[in-house]
Design a protein around this ligand. Structure first.
Ligand code: HEC
Length: 271
């Protein structure tokens, strides 16, 4: 690995960490969030997405004029309590390992008859344009608050998804030859003001995973795990992560498994 490329990478990581060092004296992200909490108490604006999601869940819509109360998220039709704590998982009807977001898409398309492309037109909200997927996600996720993450992991396809996610996590690619592990594989790393969680340890993965999806203060939007992952693909200068792809599900499976036993506290609040 003593290529000029590896040297460039080492230099770049080095300078990123130098930048981080310089910033350490200033207010850290953690402090900013603590400050926000002081102003707003424990009120999380994510509740707006939750109640929009709850309304969407119970409203008859689409060509089939059905609501989503027959949606099976893994624990049986209509059961949302604790469902998120066991995702991603294998689903017989779709013959796929699905995360919460892709499962919601399946329910919307099959139960309500709304075409996938139409439903996903706004998959990540943007100011006035709110995303139905983000609202539904917030509603379902909140129903797993306080539950420990416990994945079934019996089906070979679930184990294969985990193995794929694990491999992608340390696969170096892109113009900087970065892997997820470059930024998230060690303790105590930072970029500018942002602390980089070590996602390969149980403690680090739990701290991160149990708070996502989250309301992002800087964006005024609730963001899902698929959003989080595609944003890190962008940080890694990789081609855009395809929504619902095997790589997206695999990475989610890897993170969820590493975080197993952690108690869900999502939707959280992030900078
Ligand atoms: C160039 C560095 C970099 C790379 C590479 C990178 N990330 Fe990140 N990641 C970040 C930063 C910075 C944040 C915090 C962003 C913020 O707060 O806005 C973050 C946040 C996260 C979080 C949320 C953590 C939390 O506690 O909120 C997860 C999960 C995550 N990254 C996963 C990944 C995965 C999976 C990959 C590989 C596909 C990856 N990251 C690649 C820099 C990186």
């Amino acid at each position: 690995m003593n290529t000029p490329r590896a040297t460039r990478r080492a230099l770049l990581v080095g300078s990123l960490l130098l930048l981080a060092g310089a910033a350490q004296a200033e207010t850290s992200t953690q402090d900013a969030i603590a400050e926000y909490r002081e102003m707003f108490g424990d009120d999380n604006p994510a509740e707006l997405w939750q109640s929009r999601g709850e309304a969407l869940w119970h409203t008859a819509r689409g060509p089939k004029q059905a609501n989503l109360t027959a949606c099976d998220l893994g624990l049986g039709p209509g059961v949302i309590e604790g469902a998120y704590a066991q995702l991603p998982r294998w689903f017989d009807d779709t013959q796929q390992v699905q995360d919460l977001e892709t499962r919601l898409v399946s329910c919307v398309t099959t139960l309500q008859g709304i075409p996938r492309e139409e439903f996903l037109k706004v998959k990540f909200g943007d100011g006035e344009k709110k995303s139905e997927l983000e609202s539904l996600t917030a509603y379902v996720v909140a129903a797993s608050r306080g539950k420990p993450i416990a994945l079934p992991m019996q089906h070979p396809a679930e184990q294969a998804a985990y193995a794929l996610g694990k491999a992608v996590f340390s696969y170096r690619a892109g113009p900087h030859d970065f892997a997820c592990a470059t930024c998230h594989g060690d303790a105590g790393k930072r970029i500018r003001l942002q602390e980089l969680p070590q996602l390969t340890t149980a403690a680090g993965a739990r701290e991160a995973y149990t708070h996502w999806p989250a309301y992002r203060i800087s964006q005024g939007e609730l963001r899902t795990m698929e959003w989080r992952l595609q944003d890190c693909f962008r940080q890694q200068r990789l081609p855009q992560l395809k929504f619902g792809s095997e790589v997206a599900i695999g990475l989610t499976m890897f993170l969820a498994k590493n975080a197993e036993g952690g108690t869900l506290a999502a939707p959280g609040i992030k900078r």
